[in-house]
Design a protein around this ligand. Structure first.
Ligand code: FAD
Length: 389
């Protein structure tokens, strides 16, 4: 291993591995650092992704696909269920294997990977990031680089070390708890289920994502505000006791999802933030796998260009490109999220009831939005923008 690289990427999650791959593809030297024993060793995720968007980054492989999704079932607080069929399939991944393979794809392009390598500080020189300080086993190393890409997830500290404000309002940090369970019978193994309402998921939703062989990820995400009075764990237990009693819990995880617009600043001299660390998550759905990979692909490419052109300032292009690719949309989704969170159970029930009148073949997310809008016309200008941008 060298002690000087063109680009060092911190964190081998979806954002970091894609960033490392896109940079290495351009012939610069890249080191990917992961604090766990290997990429994918510790993941917290419902594992749902859109198939077509995923294919932009990696060819689907049955090894890391747990199930294929072709419909959504949305369940209102009064139990009224709406099913939406999709042509576009989605997947429920096995992220442990997926993250591992994604990191391998970066190595295939020439990136080096060091696992068990915890970045505990940055090397700074006059406000410019010049590398990272790493703890690996009992050793401490200083590794220099021309650019650091911080893809260290929702609990990111690297951005803060560089002086970037990574503050997030606690209301926007969705508190999530999820179990993977077996014995989840009576669900369609190709459908994702979403439950809404104050009883089980105030300012959020409960998800049930099938993983094959009667197993599923069952989780709840509630706003940090709602989580102050009762924990997400309690909401999830009540939900399971009511809807899926008797299931066998295999695994339980908890984590935060930064459900808000992207940070105002995602670059600083010598450093770029990508993925959850930059709050690049779809605020409406809480999905961050595709957004993270999109951000990683832009960050990795632009970082390599900056090195090859010998123009440190070129990394500014990342902020602009992200904003036009997804950042602007996320700002609008964030406004819609705030509107939707204000719907009370009566309104949600009424939307579901109205939408149920739509014949199954004519149901679409767009039509569901229209129904929701009839119930809350003040959202109209924001929703209109989603379809224009
Ligand atoms: C309960 C839950 C359910 C979710 N469900 C979905 C879903 O169904 N679909 C979806 O799209 N998104 C979902 N998300 C969000 C999604 O998991 C994240 O948005 C996504 O993983 C972000 O990718 P990332 O690469 O930015 O960060 P991460 O995947 O968190 O990767 C960060 C990596 O950095 C490493 N790391 C951290 N600090 C350091 C350090 N100092 N030094 C070295 N390495 C470090 C970590 O070990 C990790 O491997 C969910 C999140 C939660 C909590």
């Amino acid at each position: 291993m060298k002690n000087d690289y063109d680009i060092i990427v911190v964190g081998a999650g979806p954002a970091g591995s894609v960033a490392a791959r896109y940079a290495a593809q351009r012939g610069v030297s890249v080191l990917l650092l992961e604090k766990e024993s290997k990429p994918g060793a510790f993941v917290r995720c419902g594992e749902a992704v859109n198939k077509n968007k995923l294919k932009e980054f990696i060819n689907p492989d049955p090894d890391w696909i747990s199930s294929t999704i072709n419909s959504f079932s949305l369940i209102a607080p009064d139990g009224c269920e709406i099913t939406l069929q999709f042509d576009e399939e989605g997947y429920i991944l096995d992220r442990t294997l997926f993250d591992y393979r994604l990191a391998l794809s970066a190595i295939d392009e020439g990136a080096e990977l060091l696992s068990d390598a915890y970045v505990y500080d940055l090397i700074m020189d006059d406000g410019i990031v010049r590398g990272v300080r790493v703890e690996t086993g009992s050793r401490r190393l200083d590794l220099k680089s021309r650019i650091v890409i911080a893809a260290d997830g929702v609990g990111s500290r690297i951005g803060r070390f560089a002086g970037i404000s990574t503050f997030i309002d606690y209301r926007d940090m969705e508190c999530c708890v999820q179990v993977t369970a077996s014995g989840v019978n009576y669900i369609n193994g190709n459908s994702c289920y979403f439950y809404f309402g104050k009883r089980y998921a105030p300012e959020g939703y409960v998800w049930v994502f099938p993983k094959g062989s009667n197993t599923a990820n069952i989780g709840v995400g509630i706003s940090g505000y709602a989580g102050k009075s009762r924990s997400a764990s309690v909401y999830l237990k009540n939900f399971i006791d009511n809807y899926y009693p008797g299931i066998k819990i295999i695994k339980k995880i908890a984590g935060g999802v930064p459900s808000t617009a992207t940070l105002k600043q995602i670059i600083s001299p010598g450093i770029m933030l990508a993925g959850d660390s930059a709050r690049q998550v779809n605020p409406l759905s809480g999905g961050g796998i595709i957004s993270g990979m999109t951000a990683g692909s832009i960050a990795g490419r632009i970082a390599a260009e900056s090195v090859l052109l010998n123009q440190p300032d070129h990394i500014r292009a990342y902020q602009t490109e992200w904003h036009s690719r997804l950042g602007k949309k996320h700002e609008i989704y964030n406004l819609i999220k705030k509107g939707v969170f204000n719907f009370d159970d009566t309104r949600l029930n009424s939307i579901a009831k109205t939408f149920r009148e739509v014949p199954p073949g004519k149901r679409s997310l767009g039509r569901l939005f229209c129904t929701a809008l009839i119930n809350n016309p003040s959202l109209l200008p924001e929703v209109a923008k989603v379809f224009v941008v």
